[in-house]
Design a protein around this ligand. Sequence first.
Ligand SMILES: *Cc1c(COP(=O)(O)O)cnc(C)c1O
Length: 473
Amino acid sequence: MSDRRNTGAAGRALGPRGLPSLQLLLERDDVGAWLESSPREAVVGALRTALAEARDALRTGADADAPAPAPDRLVASARTALDRRADAGLRRVVNATGIVLHTNLGRAPLADAARAALIEVAQGYTNLELDLETGRRGGRLAQIGTLLCAATGAEAAIAVNNNAAATLLAIAALADGGEVVVSRGELVEIGGGFRIPDVIRQGGGTLVEVGTTNKTRIADYRDAIGPATRVLLKVHQSNYRIVGFTDGVAPAALVGLARERGIAVVDDLGSGCLTVPRPVASGEPTVREAVASGADLVTFSGDKLLGGPQAGLIVGREAALAKVRRHPLLRAMRLDKLSAAALEATLALHADPARAMTEIPALRMLTQDPSAIASRAERLASRLEPVLGSRPAIVASEGRPGGGALPEAAIASRAVALALDSGVIESLRRGRPSVVGRIHDGRLLLDLLTIADDEVDAVADAVGRAMAACRAP
Ligand SMILES: *Cc1c(COP(=O)(O)O)cnc(C)c1O
């Protein structure tokens, strides 16, 4: 490296345009201390990046005589960059957005029973593929299938990694390279690039669109069925609604037509209510209703209105499920043991609807009493009063189910409104626990619909820490 050094006026080793060399930075005392707590490669990498960025800034900057940043500043910016990288992993977030099934925040928080089941399975070995009664190799997830059949009235059931996988697998298993007929009003994009036309193609099917955006009739399906047709696919309009001059075909009518022609019906319910959180989701078809309509396969998510871990559930007729079980894609999409444990425990709670409503956090939030939300808002405002120096305002707010479910449903809620600098809001988001709220009219709203009772103190403390961090020089 010495060949690239030149000697500055002060006799120090400086690189091009007065930047210190990497070696010089590494010899500093503060970097020495840093190296004791962080891996050398990471520190060297961060310093290199800081130097490269400074070099680029000098080269492209408008002022040709701008001085190079001091070594102190280079080390500080390398350190900040490395700390941020270390902070980038998964961590606890307090959801103060008022959106219950927030996809970016991991959708449904787990019930205590689901969390306990997950930890038990994580701690040691488990009977994943062993039947403990007989001592023989047993099918994984048998209990999940039993609980799902009991909850939905289906003949058979299976769980996979998520509903995107469930839908793809259902199509792949039943379309068998043939045509899949879908209404133009149901060619949904769920988000994250999950689009029904692409899913059909990836499942080896050929999409046949019928009807129009706002109206599809049974005759449209009938006219579209040909010798290559294998599946009539119904898709829940999860995250949008078509209102006004509209018409669709009920699942039972589709099933009637499909039976006549010897083809299958797949119904992708998306959210899939086992226990309906009324009144929020009053109009939602339940999984039991979809199964009773006679669809061959019904698919839905584990972490939307079911309130469990990420999973995709496929329920329906035994003959159709047998094709799913035989399909080679199943292995690539199977549920892992931790999610399986949490799902099984969540499904067990659904066996008693009243228990499901109180013990599954997403359902509890969606159906909680407005007075409980109001009293949490009062508690948070009181806890924030000494932190802020004055009592913050409590405002009426509208929460949402989220998760691409029930786009029209608004839930009356209360939020604490804080006039904070953007720096404090950012610091709050970056903190531990992170607190993510909603910005409205230049204020940060902390919505009590999604803040749990036992999170109120943590939120107030986090606001205090974020304000202190921004006051510090
Ligand atoms: C949400 C949704 C999916 C995808 O489910 P994930 O569990 O997110 O994979 C598929 N279809 C519909 C109709 C949905 O609403």
